[in-house]
Write a protein that binds this ligand. Structure first.
Ligand code: C5P
Length: 125
């Protein structure tokens, strides 16, 4: 299945919650957003910015994607408020246990389609 903007929103967009998350944020959000079904997704980033802000990155600096090697990735010109969720080494499915880390970084996303919209989260730096 092709990655879609809807999938991107489900996995990576959380515009309404403030960036100063509780330590339990990732455990709650990873489950709520369907990333702990069948297995625990290892790494996932949530972005606390509006869809308009994230969509606008599709017209910012173009670069090669780290994961797919395609040339449709774009790096945000500004830093964004994000939360990084990382599976703890001690976590055992189905009890997916994550560390929650807030930060402010540039994000690199892949865009696709017409309209040209975010479909994949590549990295942050
Ligand atoms: O880098 P990796 O291949 O493990 O990335 C797999 C998926 O993990 C990405 O498609 C993305 O959904 C997520 N990811 C993320 N934030 C990162 C790295 C990966 O959300 N910093």
């Amino acid at each position: 299945r092709k990655p879609s903007a809807e999938e991107f929103k489900r996995q990576h967009m959380d515009p309404d919650s403030p960036p100063n998350s509780r330590p339990t944020y990732c455990n709650r959000m990873m489950r709520r957003q369907g990333m702990t079904k069948g297995s625990c997704k290892r790494v996932n980033t949530f972005v606390h910015e509006s869809w308009a802000t994230v969509k606008a990155i599709c017209s910012q600096r173009q670069m090669t994607c780290k994961t797919t090697r395609r040339n449709n990735c774009h790096k945000s010109s500004s830093t964004l408020h994000i939360t990084e969720c990382r599976l703890k080494g001690s976590s055992k499915y189905p009890n997916c246990d994550y560390t929650t880390t807030d930060s402010q970084k540039h994000i690199i996303i892949a865009c696709d389609g017409n309209p040209y919209v975010p479909v994949h989260f590549d990295a942050s730096e």
